[in-house]
Design a protein around this ligand. Sequence first.
Ligand code: ADP
Ligand code: MG
Ligand code: ZN
Length: 613
Amino acid sequence: MKSIGKTLFYVALMIALIGVPVYYVVSWDKDMDEVTKSMRQAAQSHDSITDFLDALDRGEVEAVEIETGSNKLKWVTTNSIVYQINAPPGLADNLDFINNLREKKIEVKITSPASSSWSYIFWILIIIVPIILFMRLASRAGGAGPNQINKFTSSRARKFAKDKDSKEPSITFKDVAGCDQAKEEVKEVIDFLKSPEKFQKLGAKIPKGVLLVGSPGTGKTLLARAVAGEADVPFFSESGSGFVEVFVGVGAARVRDLFLQAKKNAPCVVFIDELDAIGRQRGAGFGGGNDEREQTLNQILIEIDGFESDKTVIVMAATNRPDVLDPALVRPGRFDRQIVINKPDIKGREEILKIHAKNIPLADDTSLTDIARATPGFVGADLANLVNEAALIAGRRNKQKVERSDFEDAKDRVIMGLAQGKIMNQREKRIVAYHEAGHTLVAKSLPNTDPVNKVTIIPRGLSLGATHSLPEEDRRLYFKDYLLDEISVLLGGRVAEELLGEGVTNGASNDIERATQLAKAMVCQWGMSNLGLLLYGNGNKEVFLGRDFGHVKDYSDETAKLIDMEVKRIIDERHAAAKEILTARRTTLNKLANKLQEKETLDKEEIDDIVSN
Ligand code: ADP
Ligand code: MG
Ligand code: ZN
């Protein structure tokens, strides 16, 4: 009974979905024919732009329609005749022209090219095909026999085979840079894959699992592929979230299938991306455990344990959250080798840039060394993205080579998102200019800060302006003096707003957040306050929701009060310091802010010029 109801429902759905657009296409075609016919008749005598302009002068035009793609311009006269001409390109974007028409009370409509009836059929197919697929799947999951479910549960792991006819060249070590330590460590794995006998002869057990740990974009996936490429073995890749599906048990079945395939193809590498998606501590999390995840995880553990030692299948997995992994996963005999991929240092960044700029013509004024210096904190994926954005920008500007300025604009875009042509009113512009000038001037006035190399009030992403400073080299150690000055720089924006005297805004919220974080870390983690060298709280270890719900507070309420007071003291003192500087240099602040309102972006030289006077 149930299935008949279901079938009827689908039939009705299909009729509705096919019927409505078909009716629409038919009736729409008829309309269109009439219009084009009248147009064709008319077009004979009124086929040029001058006719249109003449009619416009005579006041005979009632409405205008411009089609953006094809530059067709249709106009309707006061006695309702439709004409169509070819307009000069870009007319639809010409605001003067359009406003002019509007002033004359002429109705203006801008359309994109009308799609043909074929495109409707295309859309119908797009809608219908998934429905049919879904119906088949639903009936299968419903009452079908066990072997029909097979396809659904088989692993969809992508296999990057080593076949010679594969067009994609395999990835090797020369495609990975900036993580020499990690490369050195995986060399051993490659050795195992290439000649397992060498180790087995000595009775050594081949390690089974290697866990790559690193921030997103540092090249974990890339390195795993390079291992397979170097060893010249097949590479099976599946992401952790790919195992987890709505139906309980499917994930585990997929794991079984993936390892079955792998064993057939041994020696090979199995790569599980985002291991933390399934490998989280079992039993943790809201509302008890997640059955599906636990089953999948159990299956992975079983498979890893179950390899016979003569099959060289190396399981590599990647995560950026090793702290939340189930302890069973990192036990000896499982993912017992952890390889950390750090963010690249300045030399590493240059190497990565070289790899990605290999096929890109660089102008003489672009120096990859400079770009590497200007991008602290960028990981491989950011750098790849940066090079590509720069090439796109240069292409858009019709250049033959990618120049320094293209890279600079690309960097702004990668860091801060697209520039928005949001028009600020004069008052907002003035306040933002003072805010940014405040950051800049405080940074220029204090001894322990990073040099400012650019300040702008062009809105991007969520921020209305930005002050960029650039450390001379990568910092690993942060001195207390540097941190204190940095807090002053962060508060300098708000202080400038206060001095301007037009009231303060919410523009400083991000600055305040960062200043507070720094001050808190100084007190609670870095022993840089009057509260001594103690760790208060759980440090910066992230809280795993569910396991340690909320904050771990391992100090008394009195201490909590002291911490709050100490943090507030630091912030207040740094605020006072910033205020003193900006009050003393008020004229320079005004000059800087005025110049910013005028030019919107100031570079290092322009800033130095104003500040040094
Ligand atoms: P992850 O898996 O760590 O998130 P990926 O390996 O997916 O990062 O990196 C994404 C892309 O970024 C790569 O395809 C590559 O183009 C680039 N990339 C990342 N790290 C490096 C690196 N160390 N060397 C060269 N390119 C890199
Ligand atoms: Mg990845
Ligand atoms: Zn700010």
